[in-house]
Design a protein around this ligand. Structure first.
Ligand SMILES: Cc1cc2nc3c(=O)[nH]c(=O)nc-3n(C[C@H](O)[C@H](O)[C@H](O)COP(=O)(O)OP(=O)(O)OC[C@H]3O[C@@H](n4cnc5c(N)ncnc54)[C@H](O)[C@@H]3O)c2cc1C
Length: 425
């Protein structure tokens, strides 16, 4: 490109063709201006109010809420929304209200469930399945009582179930060591990968631009003017939100390398017997065997009974970790199923997945300003329970970026330590 052409290389791209379901009158139609620098490198002038990096559940909903507030938003994603290696990848995630005394998460879960339902209506996709969620606890577990106290304060429908009634309702379960249960009838399962795709699609209809690009670690002092892609394109914006999930420690090694702990998590699906409805809803709800630290869900979309350990696996790199389950874990999963679901003792493993949690020291989310850049936000730390909260997380992050609302101390960087001591489950 010659100098003259370079100087006049300004193209205008009108974005955001609204869909009927997305309230067109509310949609920002905006213009992105493409420029090139003197070396012919593409450069985007301050076309964006906010650039969100990462299109997992947190980045997607942050972009969505910013666009609803008439911000011009770029959503940059290295691989694609909720891709196979992302923490938001995979078919399903539990949405439940019980959080013991950590009631902020109960409130966010309630808020988020409403927004997930609204998104389902707006996109004509059934993203939420109301399976109910059943907590199964041993004698002396105070969490159920704490959750019930929170439920009463916030009007969450629930039912305490004693052991004899559990046995009557769920004869397909072996309840050894379980003394009581807590049932959340309005909770259930989100179709994860599809839900993120729908969030991004809806965000695009609200004017967000999606760009497949890997963003380099930003370098600047005080205020960040632009970010750079791995292919050298510069993107400028007023503010930046890094919602990079388990990659946060790789993007910001000095600040987050020792504060985000990606852990390997293996997931199993067991085939149920033909013509047997005992392991599908409504016979079986989503379940959590608290003493075993194992959770799972009924046969959803005919993929089989899903289960996984909630304990943290070994530290991993989300780019390179093996996505094949280990023989030892498969053996453990078979043993668990044989013990808790005796009729599935010889059931085949029909599918597996390996994912990673992106834990903070105690399980609280991280949503805070970068300590060196006033206009950069760090947003992540879902810690194995973040998916359900995507809508409320995005809403809160958008309000922080726009200078509204009161920051929540427990989401601050200052409360994120370099040693793990999990308190939020
Ligand atoms: C096995 C498993 C089970 C879980 N179960 C539940 C559950 O039942 N209920 C629940 O609520 N939560 C659950 N979670 C937790 C939840 O899924 C995560 O907390 C949540 O998905 C995290 O979303 P995220 O957007 O932060 O991360 P991600 O989904 O990983 O998104 C981050 C994105 O950033 C992109 N990115 C990173 N670096 C860059 C860069 N430099 N440039 C551009 N893009 C970049 C990545 O490609 C990625 O797409 C579970 C997690 C796992 C792994």
């Amino acid at each position: 490109m010659d100098r003259e052409a370079r100087q006049s290389a300004v193209s205008q791209i009108t974005q955001g063709t609204p869909q009927a379901t997305c309230h067109p009158e509310e949609l920002p139609t905006h213009v992105a201006i493409r420029l090139f620098d003197y070396n012919g490198n593409p450069m985007t002038a301050s076309a964006y109010d906010v650039a969100v990096i990462g299109a997992g559940v947190f980045g997607a909903w942050t972009a969505w809420h910013l666009a609803k507030r008439k911000q011009r938003v770029l959503l940059a994603e290295a691989y694609g929304p909720a891709h196979a290696r992302a923490s938001s990848g995979g078919e399903t995630r539990i949405i439940r209200m019980s959080y013991g005394t950590d009631e902020i998460y109960t409130r966010w879960s309630q808020n988020s469930l409403n927004q997930w339902k609204e998104l389902s209506v707006a996109t004509s996709e059934k993203l939420f399945r109301q399976t109910g969620v059943l907590w199964l606890s041993a004698e002396g577990d105070a969490t159920l009582d704490e959750s019930m106290a929170t439920f009463r304060r916030y009007g969450v429908k629930h039912e305490a179930i004693q052991r004899p009634e559990l046995e009557r309702r769920y004869p397909q379960l072996n309840l050894d060591g379980i003394s009581r249960g807590l049932f959340e009838p309005d909770s259930g399962v989100l179709l994860a990968r599809r839900a993120v795709a729908c969030t991004v699609e809806s965000a695009l209809h609200h004017g967000v631009q999606l760009q497949i690009a890997q963003i380099e670690t930003p370098r600047a002092t005080n205020k960040l003017e632009c970010i750079e892609t791995s292919t050298g394109e510069r993107i400028s914006a007023g503010s930046f939100v890094f919602a990079c999930g388990p990659w946060l420690g790789k993007v910001f090694p000095e600040i987050l390398g020792a504060r985000i702990f990606p852990s390997r998590q293996e997931v199993f699906f067991f085939g149920t017997p033909p013509g047997d409805a005992r392991f599908a809803p409504p016979a079986l709800p989503t379940w959590l065997f608290q003493p075993d630290e194992v959770y799972g869900m009924p046969d959803m979309e005919s993929r089989g009974l899903k289960l996984a350990r909630d304990t943290h696996g070994e530290p991993v790199d989300p780019d390179t970790q093996s996505r094949l389950v280990s023989p030892e874990s498969a053996e453990w999963a078979r043993g668990f199923v044989a013990r808790r679901f005796p009729a599935l003792e010889h059931a085949p493993i029909v599918e597996t997945r390996v994912c990673q949690y992106e834990n903070t020291s105690n399980g609280d989310f991280l949503i805070d300003r970068h300590p060196e850049f006033s206009n950069v936000w760090l947003a992540g730390g879902g810690s194995g329970h973040g998916f359900k909260h995507g809508p409320a997380f995005g809403e809160y992050t958008a309000s922080m970026v726009m200078g509204e609302g009161t920051p929540e101390l427990r989401f601050s960087l200052a409360t994120k330590h370099t040693h793990q001591k999990r308190t939020v489950h």
